[in-house]
Design a protein around this ligand. Structure first.
Ligand code: ADP
Length: 261
């Protein structure tokens, strides 16, 4: 579904350039949920922006369903960390969720159906007429998720979406994502710096090196498909995987394969 082929991204500045991503190469199959972890500054956000068609790659290419990404693709939706800034405060919750559907040209009754369904799915059916600023942080992030889901994307990109909410809300939102993923059969790329979160959610975890970034490892998460916060996190296999990935990320902080090459 998604091919990241030898992607390099250099930010060109006035008097200096920063190579944020050196050479990233991996694929995500249709219906997969893949997490991307790596140290802060590793280029995770840069990668997602390139995949979302918001930034141009310097070298290599990104393909969505075999089509080269050259701008924001139709079949993609993104949920950012800063939900506060991604929702329009002057619009109601419904209007926020509806906006991309209007832009896509979806007719009025179909729009209403999709918005109802998405708000129901994230547990916000009752607050459609509220404005985002009347809701808690976790609820605002649910609105952003509903907006992405209503759009019926083939691929959902999430950039540290739960970094700014409290631990309890975060656990609830993680489970919400797992439920939606199973129900909608959507392909998800989930960027996080939280290793436990990546193991809990992912079918695979891609570990990035320090910047300039390469893929350090691609770890299969062979935990049972049915996950829950208590049982899954207490499995010996969960501990083994998180330790393994933690060590990889520590290694990534200390040394950089691209710099050595
Ligand atoms: P992460 O999301 O993993 O924390 P980022 O993608 O935000 O990493 O950043 C990767 C590197 O690229 C960092 O060194 C950062 O300073 C640099 N960078 C990010 N955005 C820009 C920009 N607009 N201009 C120049 N450098 C940038």
């Amino acid at each position: 579904m998604l091919d990241i082929r030898h992607v390099q991204k250099i930010y060109e500045g006035k008097d200096r350039s920063v190579e944020a991503v050196h050479d990233l190469d991996f694929s995500v199959a249709a219906g997969e949920l893949v997490c991307v972890v790596g140290p802060s500054g590793a280029g995770k956000t840069t990668l997602l922006r390139c995949v979302a068609g918001l930034l141009e790659v310097t070298k290599g290419e990104i393909r969505l369903a075999n089509e080269k990404v050259t701008g924001p693709p139709e079949g993609m939706a993104v949920v950012f960390q800063e939900y506060g800034r991604s929702l329009f405060p002057w619009m109601t919750v419904r209007q926020n969720v509806e906006l991309p559907l209007r832009e896509k040209g979806v007719g009025r009754s179909e729009r209403a159906r999709l918005v109802d369904e998405a708000l129901e799915a994230v547990g916000l059916a009752r607050v459609g007429r509220s404005h985002p600023w009347q809701l808690s942080g976790g609820m605002q992030q649910r609105v952003a998720i509903a907006r992405a889901v209503a759009y019926e994307p083939q691929v959902l990109l999430m950039d540290e979406p739960f970094a700014a909410v409290d631990a309890q809300t975060r656990a609830e939102l993680e489970d919400l994502i797992l439920r939606l993923w199973k129900r909608l059969n959507v392909t998800i790329v989930f960027v996080t710096h939280d290793i436990d979160e990546s193991v809990y959610l992912g079918q695979r975890v891609i570990v990035l090196s320090n910047s300039p970034t390469v893929v350090l490892d691609d770890v299969a998460i062979d935990l049972p498909g049915e996950r829950d916060q208590v049982t899954t996190r207490s499995l010996p296999e969960f501990t083994r995987l998180r330790t393994n990935i933690y060590q990889l990320v520590q290694l990534a902080k200390q040394q950089n394969p691209a710099a050595r090459a």
